[in-house]
Design a protein around this ligand. Structure first.
Ligand code: NDP
Length: 463
């Protein structure tokens, strides 16, 4: 097909799908949307590689140093690209994805309904991400128990090969979902049905690409990438244990990073859906419910390049940078720093959890703390005291404190290990603006009144 034929085909299929409910045309496209989409589709995989090569033992550190005998020399002797394609890593990555699908299919789990979709239907989701996490951890610990720490260093050793595999698989997955979106009865996302194929591919054309009851979006948001992140951290601990002569020699800094991040992921997966049974007794104090199936990523955003590459490739390989750094630049924190960092992380966790619990309780019709609220014209109410009286997104504030607490164990020798914090800061500011715009549309002048009462966006008294 010539380029002209391809675009004619694209538009003819789009017009055949022109159903006002299922495939409403996107009314608003961001400025320079298609160009931005193209730029981001290229920049994301390149940034994942840049963070790998820019913070790597092989090339002299974080960032690579000119004066290091193996730094730029290594980059120019053309040997650096050899690990980029690794057949074994690719097969292992595909096997990991297949393992997650299999676990989704065979592990027991309740089926719950999501929110009502535009076509009046409700999607059903199987709730077993947490058990997949536990199964994966048990298998990893089993391997380490039987084979010692060196048996689980393959993720560390072949990381760049795994990155390539993840980029290929996630792009193929996004392409497959884009092609599937041309099914006559596909429900398209409200943002991904413009006349521009690049933009649609990037944002995600179909709202919920699925094969029978298997839903790509919720699967990718919670399973292969998120769990792999923690397996990579574990592999980094194993690498340090192998180098230093046992787990007892592993630095406190690396343990902290692993424990903080594993607790965060465990928390997300445990709270995949609203549930009243607490994980640990202490959590009953807060009863955080994540409501993943009512979040905008699930209810409104399409599943395209952004979510596919974001969940499967970007997340596990950029979020594990601190642990990877600590393998080749070990940091011994000592008791005082460890205590301070644990306290700081706990503060972030507390704010994150209590803020989310206050809102979720309130949205479930409960108000155990007797918090003050504003009744809006739409009938819905907005909290104006407790954490939601201190800022309009206190839960983001807690998340940001935790992100910083995960970087502190790496010390201050490089800004690169603070990348996750800076990325999350940018992401949450963008998300806050998007959410505030949506709330302004929804609540109109009542939202303006709310903003006057609660002027800070994320950080109380600062922003
Ligand atoms: P929120 O949980 O903050 O939910 C926003 C919604 O809450 C609004 O649309 C509005 O919905 C409702 N709301 C806003 N203000 C009030 C109020 N005063 N009283 C009652 N309800 C209010 O947003 P997210 O879904 O973005 O985030 C959920 C969690 O996920 C957060 O803890 C966040 O930190 C975390 N997260 C983490 C990311 C990461 O990469 N680590 C990325 C994204 C999120 P309505 O009025 O319709 O109920």
């Amino acid at each position: 097909m010539t380029d002209l034929d391809t675009s004619q085909w694209y538009f003819s299929v789009m017009s055949k799908q022109a159903n006002p409910v299922l495939s409403r045309r996107t009314a608003y496209v961001e400025i320079l949307g298609p160009l931005r989409a193209f730029f981001i589709c290229t920049a994301i995989p390149l940034t994942i590689y840049a963070l790998f090569f820019g913070c790597s033992e092989q090339f002299g550190g974080c960032p690579p140093r000119l004066d290091h005998d193996r730094s730029f020399l290594a980059l120019t002797d053309l040997a650096w690209y050899q690990g980029l394609w690794d057949t074994q890593a690719t097969m292992l990555f595909v096997a990991w994805y297949a393992f997650c699908v299999l676990a989704w299919a065979i592990l027991p789990g309740d089926w719950v309904f999501g929110t009502t979709l535009r076509n009046g239907e409700k999607k059903q989701y199987k709730i077993n991400a947490f058990s997949t996490f536990i199964l994966a951890l048990s298998l990893a610990f089993g391997v380490i128990f039987l084979g010692g720490p060196q048996s689980f260093t393959f993720l560390h050793d072949k990381l760049v090969g795994f990155i390539t595999a993840s980029v290929i698989v996630s792009v193929l997955q996004a392409v497959a979902c884009h092609v599937m979106s041309f099914r006559p009865k596909a429900l398209l996302s409200i943002d991904g049905n413009t006349g521009n194929p690049v933009y649609n591919f990037y944002v995600g054309r179909e709202l919920n690409p699925s094969i029978r009851s298997f839903d790509f979006k919720s699967f990718n948001q919670l399973r292969p990438g998120l769990i792999l992140w923690i397996l990579i951290d574990i592999s980094m601990v194993c690498e340090q244990a192998t180098r230093f002569g046992g787990f007892s020699q592993v630095n406190d800094s690396l343990w902290l990073v692993l424990i903080f991040q594993a607790l965060y992921v465990g928390d997300i997966l445990y709270h995949e859906v609203t549930r009243s049974a607490p994980l640990w007794l202490v959590l009953t104090l807060f009863r955080f419910q994540r409501h993943i199936f009512s979040q905008v990523d699930i209810t409104t955003d399409g599943f395209g390049f952004m979510q596919s590459v974001g969940c499967l490739s970007w997340l596990p390989f950029t979020h594990s940078l601190q642990a990877r750094f600590l393998v080749f630049r070990p940091v011994a924190l000592g008791f005082v720093w460890t205590t301070l960092i644990v306290l700081f992380n706990s503060l972030g966790y507390y704010i994150f959890r209590v803020a989310n619990a206050e809102k979720n309780d309130f949205r479930n019709g409960e108000n155990p703390k007797n918090l003050q609220f504003l009744t809006t014209g739409s009938g819905s109410k907005l909290l104006i005291s407790g954490w939601w009286g201190r800022s309009r997104h206190p839960n983001y504030f807690g998340d940001l404190i935790m992100a910083l607490a995960w970087s502190f164990p790496t010390g201050f020798s490089t800004p690169l290990t603070y990348f996750y914090f800076l990325y999350l800061l940018a992401l949450l500011i963008q998300r806050q603006r998007r959410d505030d715009d949506a709330c302004e549309k929804k609540y109109g002048k009542d939202w303006k009144k709310y903003v006057e009462l609660v002027p800070y966006r994320i950080v109380p008294y600062v922003y």
